[in-house]
Design a protein around this ligand. Structure first.
Ligand code: 13P
Ligand code: SF4
Length: 332
């Protein structure tokens, strides 16, 4: 058994070092409690960029730490665990190129496409998008970003999350399809989606919604837009993690609500009338990899002048990925 009191050691190290600890809402409670900055993906990117400290310790998944390094290259970014979001792993540069090729073979030229990548993607994919004149979006600003992108008069090539892409299309009354599928005709679609998804948010089903509605006829259903479009369609509210928190907090105290997003966040929301919209525990395995012990050792590595798990991004990739991220950040 270790005799280190991780919580007090983390607090001591935070006071003595020029460091900011950042955590996404899906982090374990004990890690989340140690954070100076919390938020959804967009808020984390904005707050980290504005933060004056030299060191950032990012408790989240790989693309989040990478994005901070790209938009604030002067910072030293460490991650207690460089855990890779399962959805972000579904696309790389060659899948990206192959999909553009498939779209071309089906009648739409690359210069007729405006690419948008969900922030849940690797820097190399963001760079491809940036080089083609496209932008990043997050779950909280996707509608705004797509509206802006459509002003180019081009079709949207949306990667990697087919659910977010289709949900936005449904909300905006646009036509969407999934590249590579038999029923997808890119010539007919406004938004052509890459076939990626979040395995955690696929756990929520229309049956779950029906189960709760039967049990509590007045219940509200709030879900993340990474959920299947059929689930989002029957929900009362869909939004980013921060937007879900605000929505649940805005409800009357006795209003029952079932929430379709990651388990750590739902548990942290108002307990009594808040249910998890799944019979299976919807935990994000990669978000849950980071422990208090990891956070302590990462901070200690700065004190010992031997930083661990530092995030570096290739210069050329940084240049183009930054274009895609900055185009998004410029849209308020
Ligand atoms: P948010 O931007 O809503 O925090 O989402 C991040 C994420 O990975 C959801 O699965
Ligand atoms: Fe990635 Fe899904 Fe985990 Fe979010 S919940 S970090 S999209 S695997």
């Amino acid at each position: 058994m270790s005799s280190i009191d991780y919580k007090s050691e983390i607090k001591r190290l935070k006071e003595s070092l020029d460091v900011t600890v950042v955590a996404h809402f899906y982090q374990r409670d004990e890690v989340f409690e140690m954070a100076d900055i919390t938020g959804d993906s967009l808020e984390l990117a904005r707050k980290c960029k504005a933060d004056p400290k030299e060191w950032v310790i990012f408790c989240g998944v790989g693309f989040m730490g990478q994005s901070v390094k790209i938009i604030a290259p002067q910072k030293r970014v460490l991650m207690p665990k460089v855990a890779c979001c399962a959805m972000a792993r579904m696309i790389d540069s060659s899948y990206y190129d192959d999909t553009i090729k498939w779209i071309k073979e089906h009648g739409v030229e690359p210069d007729e496409l405006m690419p948008i990548t969900y922030i849940n993607s690797d820097a190399t994919v963001k760079a491809k998008v940036g080089e083609m004149g496209g932008m990043v979006c997050t779950s909280s600003n996707a509608v705004k970003i797509i509206k802006q992108a459509l002003q180019s008069g081009k079709k949207i090539f949306f990667v990697p999350d087919r659910c977010l892409g289709q949900n936005i299309a449904n909300m905006m009354g646009l036509k969407s399809c999934i590249a590579g599928k038999k029923d997808c005709d890119p010539k007919e679609a406004d938004i052509i989606c890459f076939d990626g998804f979040c395995s955690v948010h696929q756990l929520f089903t229309v049956d779950d919604v029906e189960f709760y509605r039967q049990k509590y006829p007045d219940i509200k259903i709030a879900v993340h837009p990474e959920c299947d479009p059929r689930v989002v369609e029957v929900a009362d509210f869909s939004g980013s993690t921060s937007q879900l928190i605000k929505y649940v907090a805005s409800l009357d105290k006795d209003q029952k609500v079932a929430v379709g997003t990651e388990y750590n966040l739902v548990q942290r929301m108002r307990e009594e009338n808040t249910f998890v919209l799944s019979s299976t525990k919807p935990e994000c395995p990669t978000m849950n990899e980071t422990t208090l012990q990891d956070l302590y050792y990462t901070l200690k590595s700065i004190e010992d002048n031997k930083p661990i798990n530092e995030i570096f991004v290739d210069e050329n990739v940084t240049h183009y990925a930054n274009l895609a991220l900055e185009r998004m950040l410029a849209i308020k």
